[in-house]
Design a protein around this ligand. Structure first.
Ligand SMILES: O=C[C@H](O)COP(=O)(O)O
Length: 229
């Protein structure tokens, strides 16, 4: 089971260090915990991964960071394909697949995000899967360090998570495509994490806003420990 925190553009370096210190006061047992802070808060720690990275060692890519900068902190985990990068930063599937290939060659653990917008969800599960498959073009679904994160765009940051039935049917369909872990993300909170984690083919969660409070995130890990999948 995996419980991951995506800070997005929240927290400073100092705050992230304090957060990690508090987080580590509990025993994670067999739960894999991951924390993705902003670039300026990266430091060497087995829990920490990068929210993004440019697919090059270094070079003339203003505003980006590459492998050289990530390696300075021994970062070997990365988020790729998050909907905020697809939709706000206009990352194309071709570019996302290029990133995937680059970081796969570098043996990174990759949390690869996919998710449909509301207009697609309204058309039903067949259309959802058709859409999700377009977000998997060029992605090696057998990569041993791949973790899929299914995050319906309409559930991210809205406070309205997908229903248990929607999560169940979508993870079931994604499972047919890969045997790698599948996380659910999108308004995971303390009051819904337990039922979400209990759904078949849900191997963990990727938490945004609710992860910002360390006490809450620790409670989420405790709940995951009790479920023991
Ligand atoms: O990466 C995390 C997701 O975008 C979920 O964010 P959220 O928990 O704030 O909805």
């Amino acid at each position: 089971m995996i419980v991951a925190a995506n800070f997005k553009m929240h927290k400073t370096r100092k705050e992230t260090k304090e957060y990690l210190k508090k987080l580590k006061s509990i025993n994670f047992e067999d739960i894999k915990v991951r924390v993705f802070p902003p670039f300026t808060a990266l430091f060497e720690d087995e829990l920490i991964g990068a929210q993004n990275g440019y697919p090059a060692i270094n070079g003339a890519y203003t505003g980006e960071i590459g492998l050289e900068q990530l390696k300075e902190f021994n970062i070997n985990k990365i988020l790729i394909g998050h909907s905020e990068r697809r939709n706000i930063l206009n990352e194309s599937q071709e570019f996302i697949a290029k990133k995937f290939e680059f970081f796969k060659k570098e043996n990174f653990e990759i949390i690869y995000c996919i998710g449909e917008p509301l207009e697609i969800r309204k058309k039903g599960i067949k259309e959802v899967i058709k859409y999700l498959k377009t977000q998997l073009i060029g992605i090696d679904l057998n990569y041993q360090k791949l973790i899929i994160a299914y995050e319906p765009v309409w559930a991210i940051g809205t406070g309205v998570s997908a229903s248990i039935e929607e999560i169940k049917e979508t993870h079931y369909e994604i499972r047919k495509l890969t045997n790698r872990p599948i996380l659910y993300g999108g308004s995971v909170k303390l009051n819904n994490i337990e039922e979400i984690l209990k759904v078949e083919n849900v191997d963990g969660v990727l938490v945004g806003s609710a992860s910002l409070d360390v006490k809450t995130f620790k409670q989420m890990i405790q709940i995951a420990k009790e479920i023991k999948k």
